[in-house]
Design a protein around this ligand. Structure first.
Ligand code: NAP
Length: 283
């Protein structure tokens, strides 16, 4: 068997097409242009690259973006003041606080200031609680994108054995809860898991979010599994995932490439969340 590629760029492109149509309706019927405000503080290169990508994609799609680039010397009070003003600004629908923040700033404290209704990243305790309760909420972007990729294969999630490797608050844990909410039987593995292969081999749906090249070798994968690789690693200047891709593809029914799988979905979901928040405002 050669697994079909799950093309994240194509899935994201279809989502952008829908978003553009929804934006026409929002503009025509309610005179609303979805607006995303982003705060990036300090000089973390990867953060600035990511924020530049967000800015470029917003421009391309027609979502308005306000990017605040603050120096490492900015104070916690300054950040909180900026977020408070964004919370109060009716023209702003989504607020994204890009992490990490400069070392002396209490990241948790500043992040908690983002109003739950504008928390476009889905990390606010209220939104995390809603996710846990199985209620409708603003879903965190990468796991939301992972679920879309799984659904794009057409497989039924209900009753499947899903194994998630990684338990971070931004990818692994929410992905596991989302799969559980869709009635999969979910196993979560992490760095202390013993005999990783014993768990992975049972996965009908395998989500890997670790950050270790070739952690998952082809002999660990169940015949016909759907494999979603969120891992992003740089090896000899090239981006790779956590799954030994070429050999795993021979065993899986569907598999995401890296790059071009989960990656393009994260910004697509960020923009979709911004538009969804703007749509809620009209109701
Ligand atoms: P993270 O916070 O570092 O979490 C990594 C997780 O992997 C932890 O739960 C850790 O377990 C687990 N782990 C580490 N070594 C392991 C091992 N040998 N076996 C099993 N589990 C192991 O990372 P993250 O933020 O979730 O990101 C994970 C990967 O996804 C990274 O490569 C990141 O770059 C990528 N990512 C991609 C996107 C995208 O848009 N494409 C977005 C976010 C993240 P413990 O909890 O026990 O330490």
């Amino acid at each position: 068997m050669t697994g079909k590629l799950i093309d994240g760029r194509a899935v994201a492109a279809a989502i952008y097409k829908t978003i553009k149509q929804e934006m026409i309706v929002l503009k025509q019927n309610h005179n609303i242009i979805p607006t995303l405000a982003v705060v990036v503080a300090g000089d973390d290169l990867a953060s600035h690259r990511y924020v530049n990508m967000i800015e470029g994609k917003c421009r391309e799609i027609g979502v308005s973006s306000q990017i605040h680039r603050l120096p490492s010397s900015c104070s916690q009070e300054e950040l909180i003041e900026l977020i408070t003003s964004m919370n109060q600004d009716d023209q702003i629908h989504g607020v994204l606080l890009q992490l990490p923040l400069p070392a002396l700033i209490d990241e948790k404290e500043v992040n908690s200031q983002v109003k739950a209704e504008k928390d476009v990243d889905g990390f606010h305790a209220t939104n995390v609680g809603n996710l846990f309760l199985g209620d409708n909420t603003i879903y965190p972007c990468t796991p939301k994108g992972i679920m879309r990729l799984i659904k794009s294969t057409g497989i039924e999630i209900k009753g499947k054995n899903a194994v998630v490797i990684g338990r971070s608050n931004i990818v692994g844990k929410p992905a596991a809860i989302m799969l559980l909410n869709e009635n999969a039987t979910v196993t979560i593995c992490h760095s202390r898991t013993k005999n990783l292969k014993e768990h992975v081999i049972k996965a009908d749906i395998l989500v890997v979010a670790v950050g270790k090249t070739d952690l998952i070798t082809s002999d660990m994968i169940k015949e016909g599994a759907v494999v979603i690789d969120a891992g992003t690693n740089i090896v000899s200047g090239k981006i790779t995932g956590d799954v030994e891709f070429d050999k795993a593809r021979e065993i899986a029914s569907f598999i995401t490439p890296v790059p071009g799988g989960v990656g393009p979905m994260t910004i697509a979901m960020l923009i979709e969340n911004t538009v969804e928040i703007a749509k809620k405002k009209c109701k």
